[in-house]
Every structure is written in C-alpha cells, then in structure tokens.
Ligand binder design. Structure first.
Ligand code: HSE
Length: 433
C-alpha cells in the first residue's frame, strides 16, 4: 500500500485535534483512501513543553523548512494561525510542489488569491475547509454539491466565543464582562479575546465565503464590522420584547450588480432558524435559486471538530495522490467583475436612546428622523429611567435606511440636545420571505 506523508506546521489545539482524529478513525480513513497516512514531522518550536498529548518526540522538528523542503512529504498541513509567517510557509510549500491544507482564515482572507494562484502554477492543491465554521463542511458544499446554484444572500453565525457570550447574556441575564470571564475560565474564549469579540475573526471568515459564493474579492478590513463589546443585557431584553434574538451576524447580499455585507450584532426574529443557534455552535444559512433554503449547523471551534475538517481535506487530496489524478482547484478565482460593493446597504435598525422625560422630546426626535427620510416602525418608552438625570430610555425600530444617514440623524439629535445619549444601534434582520 502506498504511504502518503504529512508534515504538520504547529502543535496547538487544531494540530492536536487533527492528530487525534487520524488516530481515532485511522482504519476508516486509510480504507477510504486506499493508502496509509503517515505524519512524519511536526513543527514544535518548544519540544520540551508538555502539550498534553502523547506524540512520539522524534516527530518534532523546530525548523519549518525541515518540513517545507522535505522531498518525502506530500502534504503540508499549516496549523500555526495568523497571517505571517504562515502565508510565507504556505507559499514556499506550494512552490516546493507540496499540497497544502490549512485552517488559517486570517492568512486566506489576506492572501487567498495569491496562494490559490501559486497552487495553480505549481499544479498542487490548496484546501481550507477548517478555516470557516470549524467542523461544518460549508466550503466543500458550496464548491461542489451547490455549484449549480446562484446565491443572493448568506447569513452566518461564524464565531463560537461570541455566540456563547450572547447566549449566556440572553438566557441567564448575565453581563458581558462576567460571561467573558467565565468563558475564558472554561477555555471557550482566548486570554486575548479581541479578534473574536471585535468581530475580526468573523470578518475573515465572511471574506472567504464571499469570494467562494459571489466571486467578489472583499478584504476583511473593507467589511463594515462591529463586535459585541457594547451589547448590554438591557438591549437583549428589549430585543426579546420586540420578538428578536441578538446575534453577531455575518451577512452578505447581492442585488442586481451591487453587493452589501457586514458583521455586526443583529436582531434576528425568533422565527428565523438561525435565531435558535446557541452557545458555541455556528451556522451558515443560505438560499440558492435551485436548492432553496439551507442551514448548516455544527461546532465552529474545538480541536476535534476542526481536526475533522482538516482531515477531510487531507483525505480528499490523498485520494487524488493515490489515484495519480491531476490536481484540482477550488473555484475560488471565479471573480465577478461587475459586482460592486456598496458597504452595509440599507437595513432596519434598533436604536436605544436616553432622553429627558419632558413634553416635546418625542416630537423632536420623530421630526428629525423624518427630515432624514427615516420612518419609525416601532417604538417603546419606559416611564422608569435614570431618576437623578430625569432621563428615560426610548427604543425605536426604524424602517430601512443607510447606516451613514442614520448616524447623521443621531448626531443631530445629540447636537441639538434632543437626546442625552445614544445607547446602542443594531441592525434588524428582515427575511426576504
Ligand atoms: N475563535 C473562533 C471561535 C474559532 O470562537 O469561533 C476559530 O475560528
């Protein structure tokens, strides 16, 4: 039996999960390939540190180029994370004629096109199923089984940490800081949670999905992105009263030749399937013009779910190596030059203001909104507010408008002292059907 040789760059959670997935199901994996899989080298820069996994020490190397330049190795599995040096290692591996499997959304969102071009030039394969949605096989689905569809919209809950935090705030009425601390203690949130809670991790994943589904190259820094740090339990409670769950939603929508996208805390109606996705689970909801509505649901993080996705890519490449088939590229380069991005586009918004409790205030607010062409869909005023300041919370849901227009109207409310403060602004998702 042929032996297909792997070199793994990295020894973090995903690398350990990949190793464990192979050991767990080796017989089935090798049976499906018709060849054996051998991990011959693992990059571990600190081999003396206890990694909490029983891996033979002789596999460890401290120089990545012992893997990248090893003529015996067929597939380089990049599981270091971060844009650099991971991009350089992948590029060098592709140039050295190795197939590459990665889970690295930051490197792909930044350099996916360049890496894909290198794979094409060198007649090797680049696979990255684990970069979006952890164990959910979304990339395989949209690049194979669903290729015959045209998609107008994608919605995603693409980050387990933030979905866990929002779920705990919603279900248990806990404050953001308290849930974050608890999530860090349970190992569900990183010690430095910035990339997760500020939405950057989701923006990377959305950028990859957009390139595959719509053929548009939108760097993550061009996707309007807002994290969850300013979401309060007060907002979550008002959203519940209006019939919505608050979710950190990635969304992208195509209409004719324009395209809008964003990552932000969004009110999702209880009736939408994505509203029921809780805790560390992820989901991707999309509607194809042939297949209709689909939702992919599963664990978006964790060693074994992510290791399962990495192994899936390894198996698909290994089968081609075993059968000596030609290399196969994902249709990532199908760029649609006609589509232009208009930023966030028009949406309904939830707005929480704090205003003086006195006659005429509501009239001033609604006429200001009116002058900016913003219509009010729903409104709630609580008589109880901040007694010392004599202010009350006012909650609005406004009809579709541009966020820039809304921000100008809100600024005018503050400048003219019609309101004391803008508490929060979140998008409201309105399903098309
Ligand atoms: N940190 C991510 C999450 C997993 O919490 O979903 C890796 O993309």
């Amino acid at each position: 039996m042929k032996s297909i040789k792997l070199g793994i760059l990295g020894i973090g959670n995903v690398a350990k999960g990949t190793y464990q997935t192979l050991e767990l199901n080796r017989k089935k994996i090798e049976g499906s390939i018709g060849a054996s899989i051998e991990i011959v080298k693992i990059l571990n820069r600190r081999p003396d540190v206890d990694r909490g996994i029983d891996i033979p020490k002789e596999l460890y190397v401290t120089d990545p180029y012992e893997i990248i330049e090893d003529s015996e190795i067929d597939i380089v599995v990049e599981l270091i994370g971060g844009i650099e040096p991971a991009t350089t290692y992948m590029a060098d591996a592709l140039k050295a004629g190795k197939h590459v499997v990665t889970a690295n959304k930051a490197a792909l969102a930044a350099n996916g096109k360049m890496l894909q071009n290198l794979a094409q030039e060198n007649h090797v394969m680049l696979r990255f199923e684990a970069s979006v949605g952890g164990g959910i096989p979304i990339i395989n689905a949209i690049t194979t089984s669903l290729l015959s569809n045209d998609f107008d919209e994608i919605l995603g809950i693409l980050n387990g940490t933030t979905n866990y935090i929002l779920t705990q705030m919603t279900d248990n009425g806990l404050a953001y800081e308290d849930v974050l601390k608890d999530a860090q203690q349970k190992g569900l949130a990183e010690a430095d949670p910035t990339a997760d809670v500020e939405g950057y991790d989701v923006a990377n994943k959305l950028s990859i999905l957009i390139s595959l589904i719509f053929g548009v190259d939108i760097p993550p820094q061009d996707i309007p992105t807002q994290g969850i740090t300013s979401v309060t339990t007060e907002d979550i409670n008002y959203a519940t009263e209006f019939g919505y769950k608050v979710k950190l939603l990635a969304s992208a929508k195509k209409q004719d030749d324009v395209f809008s996208c964003n990552v932000e805390p969004t009110l999702v109606p209880f009736s939408h399937p994505i509203a029921s996705v809780s805790n560390e689970f992820n989901a991707i909801y999309l509607t194809g013009n042939a297949v209709d509505d689909l939702m992919f649901y599963g664990k978006g993080a964790g060693p074994l779910p992510t290791g399962s996705a990495v192994m899936g890519d390894i198996i698909s490449i290994a089968r081609r190596i075993e059968k000596e088939s030609d290399y196969d590229l994902l249709p990532l380069l199908r760029y649609d030059e006609k589509l232009s991005c208009i930023g966030e586009g028009q949406h309904q918004y939830y707005i929480r203001l704090s205003a003086a409790d006195k006659p005429g205030v509501l009239g001033n607010i609604s006429s200001t909104f009116g002058r900016f062409g913003i219509g009010i869909a729903s409104m709630v005023q609580r008589a109880e507010g901040d007694e010392e300041k004599n202010t009350v919370p006012l909650i609005f849901i406004v009809y579709k408008t541009e966020r820039t227009v809304l921000d100008e109207a809100l600024q005018e409310l503050v400048d003219k002292k019609y309101v004391e403060a803008i508490g929060s602004v979140m998008q409201v998702h309105r399903p098309a059907h």
